[in-house]
Ligand binder design. Structure first.
Ligand code: NAD
Length: 368
């Protein structure tokens, strides 16, 4: 298979973690006889430095012309960096909104999986986590309050700000379908999360999701209010398979879900549109505090590359191999600093990437 991948290194630890994911993709290409070509797309703070804006139209075009995009992370130290002395639309993170919108990526898929090897990192009590949890948050990504009209005005000396939260039924229908399709490949249970006791958008959400599920008779749907869901995630995360929710609720709940795995450096994500095109990135940010030290955990980005192979290129076996390699390397006790515990072997960013590649090579010798 021949595929063209846009690589966005971004800022902070971005270049270090993307380099390791590329190494793993190249290893897969070699083992399974694929050809992956790459296009470097400059985005974020580094683009502000070079071109005066976080994402130029020319770079956006390069991303659009690829088969899939793999992104590290963008942004710097929000308190200190010069990138934040400008209006919000000129800051590094504005590029993310532009990219998602322009690529029509309306579905964000964020797995929260507690690796058995990392149970000690989970902040929840052992009796709560039991034998672990494995859930996916499907978040609507291009609607709701983050994209509604906003205004700040001062009338009679009083300043007032407002942000509009809006959804139409088509936006809800297409994300609901994605969630049900993902659930079909898992344990077939969807919890749709809203605030239908207060918000009109949520009442429409609940109505449309309840209609769409009729096309998916093998999937079970239930509804939960967002405040309850926030509690249930820490009380009994095992109850969830797929959580379907709108943009802002999903933003908050997916961070909570990643936190309870105890290791943000392990969590991948995918942003998908209608076809096979997708944007894949770790769930964490650019971690400027540890950038350039070869200590960042590259696993979230490597697992994002696995999601890229699965969702955009339909290379299920190759994706499985990467996930198995990650698990195997953890079994062998290798850890980057963020997931390190006594008795384990501390490794850097590059070494972790190499260990995963080495396992892939050995695995192919065994089963190839
Ligand atoms: P962050 O996720 O970058 O860092 C939070 C903490 O987790 C830090 O202590 C960091 O060192 C650690 N961490 C994150 N990833 C790690 C990894 N792979 N290995 C080891 N440790 C890791 O969040 P933040 O500090 O709130 O944000 C930093 C910058 O990233 C900001 O500019 C923010 O706007 C940006 N950001 C970008 C994205 C994105 O590009 N999608 C997402 C979130 C935040």
């Amino acid at each position: 298979m021949k595929k063209h991948i846009a690589l966005i290194q971004g800022d902070g630890i971005g270049p270090e973690i993307v380099a390791e994911a590329k190494k793993v993709l190249n290893q897969i290409a070699q083992l399974y006889h694929h050809t992956f070509t790459y296009e470097m797309v400059v985005m974020g703070g580094c683009s502000i430095d070079l071109f005066g804006e976080p994402l130029t139209d020319e770079m956006l075009e390069k991303a659009k012309n690829s088969d899939a995009v793999l992104l590290g992370a963008v942004g710097g130290d929000v308190g200190n960096s010069k990138w934040y002395q400008v209006p919000p639309q000129a800051r590094p993170e504005a590029a993310l909104l532009k990219l998602r919108k322009e690529l029509h990526l309306f579905a964000n898929i964020r797995p929260a999986y507690l690796y058995p090897q990392l149970q000690n990192a989970c902040p929840l009590k052992k009796e709560v986590i039991g034998d672990g949890f494995d859930l996916v948050i499907v978040r609507e990504l291009t609607g709701g309050v983050y994209f509604g009209n906003r205004k700040t005005e001062t009338i009679n000396g009083i300043t007032r700000a407002s942000d509009e939260m809006a959804y139409d039924e088509n936006e809800i229908r297409r994300i609901a379908k994605k969630a049900f399709e993902i659930a079909r490949k898992r344990r077939k249970q969807v919890v749709s999360v809203d605030k239908a006791n207060v918000l009109d958008t949520s009442r429409l959400w609940r109505k449309v999701v309840s209609e769409v599920v009729k096309e998916y008779e093998d999937v079970t749907l239930s509804h939960m209010l967002v405040d309850n869901c926030a509690m249930q995630l820490v009380k009994n995360p095992k109850q969830f398979d797929v959580i379907l929710t709108e943009n802002m609720f999903g933003d908050i709940l997916s961070d909570e879900a990643s936190m309870i795995t105890g290791s943000i450096g392990m969590l991948s994500s995918a942003s998908l549109g209608e076809g096979t095109f997708g944007l894949y990135e770790p769930s964490h940010g650019s971690a400027p505090d540890i950038a350039g030290k070869n200590i960042a955990n590259p696993i979230a980005t490597i697992l994002s590359a696995a999601m890229l192979l699965r969702y955009s290129f339909d290379l299920e076996k190759e994706a499985d191999c990467i996930e198995e390699a990650v698990s195997k390397v953890l079994d062998e006790g290798y850890r980057t600093a963020d997931i390190f515990t006594e008795g384990c072997k501390l490794v850097g960013t590059e070494e972790m990437g190499t260990l995963i590649c080495n396992y892939l090579k050995e695995h192919n010798l065994k089963y190839g």
